[in-house]
Design a binder for this molecule. Structure first.
Ligand code: PEP
Length: 257
């Protein structure tokens, strides 16, 4: 089959200003310095606030750090009269490899629905920034519809807007597991990630399903990461709270050790 390089992604949310971001990334790079040969090919990415991106970009480039960076949101528009919004063109100019789209906090607090998430995904791709598309059910959805129905329906709306060769990452983040300390079990994560892969095969292609990374998010820590990474359809993790502790995040990235 296709080798999917695991992605360990740290979503800082609204934490760490641009000065703090520099200190953090320096410490993180140090903590991962000898890890490369020990744990093989794992991609580690940080997602700081917009105002940190230039500092993080500059540091990563100057010190040739083996870290990727991305943003936490993007506008569906490319430029113009959209006060407060950030274009995919700007993210591309700051060498963002990724952008998180449709995080549950954006869906909840900023009323982003699946249509908006689809438009933002297309906008990111237009600028060569890889979208990390977040889907996931609430506790209520889980009771009413079971584990996979809502995330599959959310993803389908996005996939319907894409070309068959689109390069995206899918993040399965059950809303009830985010910031709750109550992670899904590895088996639960595997079940939904496998269902999402089937959806990609149906809407895009078998090839797209085989190469697309599907990562799990929701109360991931160094003590539970291995269980997720042992699952066949889980290709990494989107980490919130635990990504703000350098040693903890580095330990998650070293899940093979
Ligand atoms: C997130 O917000 O993407 C997340 C997974 O948060 P946490 O790891 O804190 O549950």
């Amino acid at each position: 089959g296709v080798a999917r390089i695991p992605l360990i992604a740290g979503n800082w949310k609204m934490n760490l200003d641009h000065l703090q971001s520099i200190a953090f990334v320096q410490k993180l790079a140090w903590a991962l310095k000898d890890a490369k040969h020990a744990f093989g090919d794992v991609e580690v990415a940080v997602f700081p606030p917009f105002t940190d991106l230039r500092s993080v970009q500059t540091l990563i480039a100057a010190d040739k750090l083996e870290l990727a960076h991305g943003a936490q949101d993007v506008s569906m528009h490319d430029s113009g009269a959209y006060t407060g919004e950030i274009s995919g063109a700007f993210l591309s100019a700051l060498a963002c490899r990724y952008v998180i789209i449709g995080h549950s906090e954006r869906r909840q607090y900023h009323h982003e629905d699946d249509e908006i998430v689809a438009k933002k995904t297309v906008a990111a791709l237009r600028h060569g920034v890889t979208p990390v598309v977040c889907v996931g059910e609430t506790a209520e959805d889980l009771e009413t519809h079971g584990p996979s129905a809502v995330p599959m329906a959310q993803l389908r709306v996005v996939l319907d807007a894409l070309e068959a060769d689109a390069d995206i990452v899918v993040a399965y983040e059950p809303v009830w597991a985010i910031g709750s300390g109550q992670a899904a079990t590895p088996e639960q994560a595997q079940q939904v990630c496998a269902a999402l892969r089937t959806t990609i095969a149906e809407v895009l292609s078998e090839d797209a399903a085989a190469r697309t990374r599907i990562i799990y998010g929701g109360s991931v820590k160094s003590s539970n990461i291995a269980g997720f990474m042992n699952q066949k359809d889980v290709d990494g993790a989107l980490v919130g709270g635990a990504s703000l502790d350098v040693d903890e995040f580095a330990a998650i990235a070293r899940f093979r050790q």
